[in-house]
Design a protein around this ligand. Sequence first.
Ligand code: HEM
Length: 397
Amino acid sequence: MGEPFFSHQHDAYRRWRERGGAHKVRFSGAVPVEGWVITGHAECKAALADPRLSKNSATEVFARRLGQDGSGGGGPGKGLTAHMLNADPPEHTRLRALVQQAFTARRVADLRPKIEARATTLLDALDGQEEADLISRFALPLPVAVIFDLFGASDEPGDPFRVRGNSTTEDGGDGEVSVLTAEAMLDRIRALIRHKRAHPGDDLLSALIAAHDDGDRLTEQEVTSMAFLLLVAGHQTTVNLITNGIHTLLTHPGQLAALRADPSLMRGMIEEVLRYESPFGIATLRYTTEPVTIAGTTIPAGEFVQIGLLAANRDPAVFDDPDRFDITRATPSRHLAFGHGIHHCLGAPLARLQAEVAFAHILRRYPGLRPAGPGHPPQWQHNARHRGLLTLPVRLR
Ligand code: HEM
């Protein structure tokens, strides 16, 4: 599946949804994904909470899958994948509880001034420019810097986490990283942890190292994997939320004007972007531990199931006129952009906060913001998991 599929994903998903059931597919692109895809909102929501769909990556089924594309099945990738998004209960329950203690609402709320300062610095660097690519200059560096702020550390220009595009195989939590990038990430995260052990502070990484519950602690490998999960799961997704939002507003000038006239629509706008162009196109890997019947299709045991979040969020059974971008839709929205059930996104409050700051800063600074022109049609990443643009060229004034 090449450019036409990635440019017209919503059309393909609509056809699958209208046919009903589950469909056997193979998405090519940067991260090849194969298995059964499900697209209806009710089926996707049920599947996200179905204990017969396992996320335990320490199994033969996963080893086969991850070994096949040479990524994450062994070697350095293995040191990064012992995290909760790759675990089932009771392991998942234990890991999530330990991390939740450290990743508190207060810690996220306290980040607001730092996010504001980061956004200001990045936009100051564009002063005097007529045009800019908002991904490379703003949306990509912002979330990495914010996660490093959360860790009580500073990101560096050469950091392996600042990757993007069709050439990267980096992914949201399945351990699908190229061996070279995985090695660089592992080295960087281990060095950060060593530093925090020696110099603990009031930050998330120090709290993860210290997290304990009835004498239980995160092992060294679990802290490393958790730091990796936060960096990776919290990065590309947030880049996509910010850029999909700006792109969608610029292509819907009436909605942009409404938001400029009434900034109280901001939170509803963020939920509508999450629904309309969900940053995670499909949820992370799950496989059947026994035969499972979904929407009339029986999927045998040991098969991968792709839960189509992008598709579910445009299901007309739940959303009126789902292909209409409408920032005044009722909130809370029933979108599944942050997943559902025990793996519901732990970073959702942080993602929403970053998006709010990013949109407010960009709209305030650039009253004349508009697309860079007809020579720059949007180019979507060739990646079924991540719904995001490769570049976002805009005219700033
Ligand atoms: C899980 C989406 C930002 C940390 C998830 C899942 C989704 C998701 C769909 C569930 C995946 C599944 O069940 O297969 C998003 C979106 C984001 C975002 C759309 C931005 C717009 C973040 C941020 C962080 C984060 C900023 C933290 C820094 C996590 C973690 C999990 C997770 C730790 C695993 C939870 C578990 O396994 O219990 N995210 N995420 N995410 N997300 Fe996010």
